[in-house]
Design a protein around this ligand. Structure first.
Ligand SMILES: NC(=O)c1ccc[n+]([C@@H]2O[C@H](COP(=O)([O-])OP(=O)(O)OC[C@H]3O[C@@H](n4cnc5c(N)ncnc54)[C@H](OP(=O)(O)O)[C@@H]3O)[C@@H](O)[C@H]2O)c1
Length: 335
């Protein structure tokens, strides 16, 4: 009897830890769609918005170093010129520069037409202000939405016809730079999160519309990254945003650019930049497409435990918010 019990226990372990996962892997292998794809960038035209500063500039450096033909677009002609010189010095490659505001569809269309058919459209431009909605002017909210969301739509509308009609049979890519604040709402990022969460819906729907044209969408989620834009944002950041975001470290723009470009080349829909980002992406996988059956396996297995981790994070964040307000009430009463 004891032997029989031990055997059935061994059978149960075998089923639970070997057969069941194996079965799940086989099912997921046939289930995941769209299928995996590789996007080459060597000798291809990579068009980067916001390519004159921070992450965009690092992306332009990387893409040029990997042999792509690079175009960059931003507003300030001076910063574009500086970027062109810096990339030329570092890589020996001359990038094409286009001065335009992404909010201006006609200007964007002229730039895209002049640049020629695009193989990888990398929409990285963005503005970010961390401030409570109550303290933000509506004009600032609208500016954030217009640049981050409408600007992205303007670029896609301008570039898509030529991308669809390209002669090159190789797969093409449209990559959007979101933010971890586009995966989870954080105190002080009402407008920014709204604009970056918007990119997710845009990307998920767009992927279905362009898949038949062999165009593949990537959504990049950088963490805090040392850039001129980030330094500017830190000058006004609310105390509570700092407290809540203090647990996550920051990355260098070059590291983020490398992760982003690798993700685009491997055709990943969701591109995370560090371990914390991977956990966040697993926790928020939801209904996003997943091309890798191995990552799909991890998503399925990790879903429950990551939900508990997420609830733990909210416990800590709301605890910080309660403590902050308690202390403020205490100090106003005593003064
Ligand atoms: N740094 C971070 O911590 C962080 C974290 C997560 C996500 N992100 C995202 O990463 C992207 C790049 O951020 P970054 O930190 O590298 O920013 P950055 O250093 O401020 O650079 C922003 C770039 O976008 C361009 N740009 C801004 N507004 C524009 C407009 N209306 N039209 C055309 N170009 C415009 C800027 O050039 P001009 O000013 O000359 O136009 C510049 O080239 C953004 O989408 C941001 O939301 C950043």
């Amino acid at each position: 009897m004891i032997f029989e019990g031990a055997l059935s226990m061994a059978d149960a372990y075998f089923f639970l830890f070997f057969l069941l996962p194996l079965l799940l892997l086989v099912v997921l292998y046939f289930l995941v769609k769209p299928r995996p794809v590789k996007i080459p960038i060597k000798n291809r035209h990579v068009f980067i918005t916001g390519g004159s500063s921070g992450i965009g500039l690092a992306l332009a450096h990387r893409a040029a170093a990997e042999g792509a033909r690079v175009s960059i677009l931003a507003r300030s002609p001076g910063k574009l010129e500086e970027a062109r010189n810096a990339i030329g010095l570092a890589t020996g490659i001359e990038v094409a520069v286009f001065a335009a505001d992404v909010r201006d569809f006609e200007a964007v269309k002229r730039a895209v037409d002049e640049a020629g058919p695009i193989d990888v459209l990398l929409l990285n431009h963005g503005v970010f202000v961390a401030l409570e909605l109550e303290k933000m002017e509506l004009s600032e909210v609208k500016f954030t939405m217009d640049v981050n969301l409408m600007g992205t739509l303007n670029l896609i509308k301008a570039a898509l016809p030529a991308m669809k009609n390209r002669k090159d049979p190789l797969p093409a890519s449209i990559a959007l730079v979101s933010s971890q604040a586009g995966q989870v709402g954080i105190y002080g990022y009402v407008a920014y999160s709204a604009s970056k969460f918007g990119l997710r819906g845009l990307a998920e729907a767009l992927q279905q519309e362009v898949i038949a044209d062999n165009i593949h969408v990537s959504l990049i989620f950088p963490p805090d990254t040392d850039t001129p834009g980030f330094a500017e944002e830190n000058r006004r950041k609310p105390e509570l945003t700092k407290i809540i975001a203090s647990s996550s470290g920051s990355m260098k723009a070059e590291e983020v650019a490398q992760k982003a470009l690798d993700g685009i080349k491997s055709g990943s829909f969701i591109v995370s930049c560090n371990l914390e980002g991977i956990a966040l992406s697993l926790a928020t996988a939801g209904l996003s497409p997943q091309r890798s059956f191995l990552m799909a396996f991890v998503e399925v297995v990790a879903a429950g435990i990551l939900r508990i981790v997420a609830l733990g994070m909210h416990w800590s964040w709301y605890g910080s918010i309660e403590k902050y307000h308690r202390e403020r009430k205490g100090s106003t009463r005593s003064s």
